[in-house]
Design a binder for this molecule. Structure first.
Ligand code: ZN
Ligand code: FE
Length: 257
């Protein structure tokens, strides 16, 4: 059973309630809005132990001020970004949470934003807008080289690590993944399951790192089929992983499923 609770916000954001230091106490991940968080906590009789923020975008931190009026709890966020409401700036290698449980290690994963961090613990990854199911975040502040390195790091986490990302973009991402690799049976099978979940109004998230390694084109720049597809779109001949990644990211930016 999955102990992580999805709280829907805005059009396609997820705010995650993750296991905290003890039963009944949760970590609130990326509260872009406070009201749905407060309602979800009340409905389940839960209290927040602390907040984890991945990056400074409003749809991930917009609820901090209102939450601070309700709860006096630590708010962790990337030290390399200035986020009003963050009380405990964190960077690469820091451990957040308590000895008792709900401990998460901080990974610096720049690319979507300059200071973006992810949190990993107990085989769960909270990665904001860096890695999406079958996709990745846009490059707003960082470079393709940085994002490629960040994604490569996440791909090397244990295969059964569950991936909790910030948005329900899965079906659109899979349409692109299919365009890149039309013959990848894992993408087609994953897409069938994802469609069924969306039809039932369920999140397609979490996936696992093993899933992502088999379906996510942005983690598959070293696969011959992905390289060929990128070469046919890119017109450039450089075949470093980062160059393939950059071509895929530009292709996706202009892709209409
Ligand atoms: Zn973002
Ligand atoms: Fe976002």
């Amino acid at each position: 059973m999955d102990e992580v609770i999805a709280v829907q916000a805005f059009r396609d954001n997820y705010i995650w309630l993750a296991p905290g230091p003890e039963p009944g106490l949760v970590a609130v991940v990326d509260p872009g809005d406070a009201d749905p968080v407060i309602a979800a906590l009340a409905a389940r009789g839960l209290s927040p132990a602390y907040v984890l923020c991945t990056h400074h975008h409003g749809d991930h931190v917009g609820g901090l001020a209102a939450l601070a009026r309700h709860y006096t709890i630590p708010v962790y966020g990337p030290a390399a970004e200035s986020i009003p409401g963050v009380t405990h700036p964190v960077s690469e290698g820091d451990i957040v949470g308590s000895e008792a449980g709900g401990r998460y290690r901080v990974l610096a994963v720049p690319g979507h934003t300059r200071g973006h961090v992810a949190y990993v613990g107990a085989d769960r990854l909270f990665c904001g807008d860096t890695l999406f199911v079958a996709g990745c975040g846009r490059l707003f502040e960082g470079t393709a080289f940085q994002m490629h390195a960040s994604l490569t790091r996440l791909a090397s986490l244990p295969p059964d690590t569950r991936v909790y990302c910030g948005h329900e973009y899965t079906l659109a991402n899979l349409a692109f993944a299919r365009a890149v690799e039309p013959d990848n049976a894992a993408i087609l099978a994953f897409e069938r399951r994802a469609r069924a979940k969306r039809a039932a109004n369920e999140p397609t998230i979490p996936s696992t790192i093993a899933d992502e390694r088999s379906i996510n084109p942005f983690l598959r720049a070293s696969e011959p089929a992905v390289r060929r597809a990128a070469a046919s779109m890119g017109g450039r001949t450089s075949d470093t992983g980062a160059a393939i990644f950059a071509t895929l990211r530009r292709w996706k930016d202009g892709f209409k499923g």
